[in-house]
Design a protein around this ligand. Structure first.
Ligand SMILES: *Cc1c(COP(=O)(O)O)cnc(C)c1O
Length: 400
């Protein structure tokens, strides 16, 4: 296998789901977001592990993502969180993907497809916009839209949902906004019931709300990022500990590569495109076969992002190329601490010797962990360990 790879710790994923379950009442359903290839971690493997840990639903953004799960013979209900195109509706229905709907045109597309596929009472979930400003009907329209769904004959209201915009922020202003969103959602639910229609599964909580607002769980929660081992912004490890509801998350992905060469640089020799870095003193540069074509983004170098080799940090020098980058190992090659073919950890789990997580990389580079892991490209092979497929020593350890 290529030296550059993403190791996916399915046992850490399992740990995270069991930790999340501590926050849920026994009858609260769990919908795990596996969109964007499970935030870059591998949708099918993560979905299987999540279902084995008791997840009830999966959530994807695109019809193709849903089809990938179905091709892998995953039978669990799959929510389609984003809107699809008219030409995808037939495939969505044939594969029993559950769309979020909120307007009559989209509802009739699904009604027609359900009719053509000979399906009766095909479940759709009603999306309500209570303040996210993305998809969903206005709260006061929910009853009318639910009526439109029921009147198609081919569809039924299987659930109703909304999405929070600032549930990962702890300021009073943000908490008030989330509270207002929840109350608007309750009103929408009532307006559906007033039509004599059962709203079905009521759900609104993303990761942050799942762990910070148990009172908003209703019938199901939809966490994503915490499943993969990262705290949701201000709902941090420390915040939760202080609150008396600790949550022990473990990063699922370790991004690693190898030292493909060590080169001696005399003073004045520059590294890479644009010659943005020049050795001020003689040093050794390790060449790594990873670059922005792998998701190790070009802008990461702006802050001289560190990588770890044998438990020690070294800064990236010069621009990150598409396929390679260079790190300064100082005198550590000469003194034998860094050797050719040594493993390099860019971010990841402690057990792999990582000194930083994807969240740390995100903070250094002005983004969020979501973007760091989901942008690891398909060129990087995912190596799954600690799960059911694992026959390696880690699994044997567990049985012993
Ligand atoms: C992505 C997404 C989630 C999960 O969000 P996290 O912040 O990762 O927990 C939940 N609901 C919807 C509608 C989403 O788009």
């Amino acid at each position: 296998m290529r030296g550059t790879r993403a190791v996916i710790h399915l046992d850490n994923l399992q740990n995270n789901i069991l930790e999340i379950k501590k926050f849920l009442a026994p009858k609260t359903k769990l919908c795990v977001a596996v969109k964007a290839n499970a935030y870059g971690h591998g949708a099918v493997e993560c979905a299987r592990t999540a279902l084995a840990c008791g997840a009830d639903f999966l959530a994807v953004a695109a019809v193709d993502e849903g089809l990938e799960l179905r091709k892998a013979r995953i039978k669990a209900p799959v929510l389609l969180l984003s809107l699809c195109s008219p030409d995808e509706v037939d495939a969505a229905v044939r594969n029993n993907l559950t769309p979020l709907v909120f307007d009559e045109e989209y509802i009739s597309l699904f009604a027609e497809a359900a009719g053509a596929a000979g399906k009766k009472s095909y479940p759709v979930h009603l999306a309500v916009d209570t303040g996210m400003g993305r998809i969903g009907c206005e709260p006061h329209e929910a009853g009318k839209i639910a009526r439109a769904v029921a009147d198609t004959g081919a569809l039924c209201v299987g659930g109703i949902c909304t999405h929070f915009a600032v549930s990962d922020e702890v300021s009073t202003k943000s908490r008030d906004f989330t509270g207002t969103q929840f109350r608007l959602f309750e009103q929408a639910i009532k307006s559906v019931e007033a039509q004599g229609i059962d709203p079905g599964i009521r759900h609104c909580c993303n990761s942050a709300a799942t762990i910070d607002h148990p009172e908003f769980h209703l019938d199901m929660v939809r966490p994503g990022i915490i499943v993969y081992g990262y705290y949701a912004e201000e709902i941090s490890k420390e915040y939760l500990e202080k609150k008396g509801t600790p949550l022990n998350l473990k990063p699922v992905m370790t991004l690693q590569t190898v030292v493909s060469a060590v080169r001696h640089f005399e003073e004045g020799k520059s590294a890479g495109y644009g010659r943005t870095w020049t050795a001020g003193v003689p040093t050794d540069i390790a060449v790594l076969p990873i670059g922005y074509g792998d998701g190790w983004a070009r802008r990461f170098a702006l802050n001289g992002i560190p990588v770890s080799i044998n438990g020690k940090e070294y800064p990236v020098r010069g621009r990150i190329c598409m396929d390679q980058c260079m790190v300064d190992v100082g005198s550590d090659a000469a003194n034998g601490i860094v050797r050719r073919w040594d493993k390099v950890i860019l971010f990841g789990a402690k057990e792999d010797g990582a000194l930083q997580t994807a969240d740390d990389v995100a903070k250094l580079t002005g983004t969020i962990s979501y973007e760091i892991t989901s942008c690891i490209t398909s060129r990087v092979p995912r190596e799954f360990i600690g799960g059911r497929q694992d026959t390696g020593p880690r699994n044997k350890d567990k049985r012993a």
